[in-house]
Design a protein around this ligand. Structure first.
Ligand SMILES: [Zn+2]
Length: 300
């Protein structure tokens, strides 16, 4: 477990290492001493806990007797523990003035992985999972965040990122909620950002796809919960190019219409007057050639 109570305040193992993943030894010593004196207390069951801070595994608090405590019985992989610590550090770097909580219990009883309490009122929650939730669970969570004006940043384990150039149904849920998909590569300390662009040109459905890896140290979170890097700029370029593609298609259609009109000796100005007449029910004012053309091209 990452949190416990010390002198009436919550402390978190993610604070024990610096950005180079080296232990801050004074803090380790202080908390180990405190544990020895019985001053580290589990926030859920009130039992005494101790600090395990070895060289290989991520540090954690543990119960002397964990049988009775649901928090103490949680088992987490090293990937999950390190990932949580990296995300916690990302928020600490991004919001040095704000309170950052790990395993934050929200008002509805759900936990978010990390949480920023913003003085301005727009709180940010990081929701990190190695596995998919069900659609129902995801939506319950997402709706809670939205209705409570909390900005969620959903982060998945890198192994859940598909290798092909499209996004999965679950990634589509994430993209609908926050405009992109975020994956954390704990071992290389990188984030993979992904976005899919679905659009139509005429009746043809098209998909484009963009993804890019970023070093975690090059990313910050802004006060709106956006990840500060060039990903959004790259996506805007793709949006522009899609608009361009659609415009070219429209131009092509108009050019084709012009050719057809020329072939049928149809003048655009007369055609639009003819259409207005037909809409008013004044068919007798329109020549047969124009009526034939309008019917053949389904213009009404
Ligand atoms: Zn406990």
């Amino acid at each position: 477990m990452e949190n416990c109570i010390y002198n009436g305040k919550e402390i978190c193992t993610y604070d024990l290492k610096d950005k180079n993943h080296l232990y801050i030894s004074e803090l380790v010593e202080e908390w180990k001493l405190a544990a020895g004196e019985g001053k580290l207390i589990c926030s859920e069951c009130g039992q005494r806990v101790y600090l395990a801070a070895g060289p290989i595994m991520e540090p954690y608090f543990a119960h002397y007797d964990k049988l009775a405590c649901p928090y103490g019985n949680l088992t987490e992989s090293e990937e999950l523990k390190k990932g949580k610590r990296l995300l916690y550090s990302l928020l600490k770097r991004s919001f040095p003035e704000c309170e950052i909580h790990a395993r934050y219990k929200m008002k509805n009883g759900m936990y978010s992985t990390c949480y920023v309490t913003s003085p301005a009122g727009n709180d940010i929650a990081i929701d990190y999972h190695l596995q998919h939730s069900s659609i129902g669970k995801f939506q319950e969570r997402d709706q809670y965040y939205k209705s409570s004006r909390i900005t969620p940043i959903y982060v998945m384990g890198i192994n859940k990122s598909g290798k092909d150039n499209q996004i999965s149904w679950y990634e589509n849920l994430l993209q609908k909620s926050m405009g992109l998909c975020v994956f954390l590569d704990v071992w290389n300390e990188k984030m993979l950002l992904k976005r899919s662009f679905d659009y139509k040109v005429g009746s043809l459905r098209k998909v484009r796809f963009y993804q890019k890896f970023y070093s975690l140290e090059d990313i910050l979170v802004d006060s709106n919960g956006a990840l500060l890097c060039d990903f959004l700029e790259e996506c805007e370029k793709i949006d522009l190019s899609i608009t361009e593609e659609k415009n070219q298609y429209e131009q092509m259609l108009r050019a084709r219409d012009d050719i057809i009109m020329n072939m049928n000796n149809i003048r655009p100005d007369v055609l639009s007057t003819a259409l207005e007449c037909l809409k008013r029910g004044e068919e007798h004012l329109v020549s047969k050639r124009y009526i034939d053309y309008i019917v053949a091209n389904n213009l009404l």
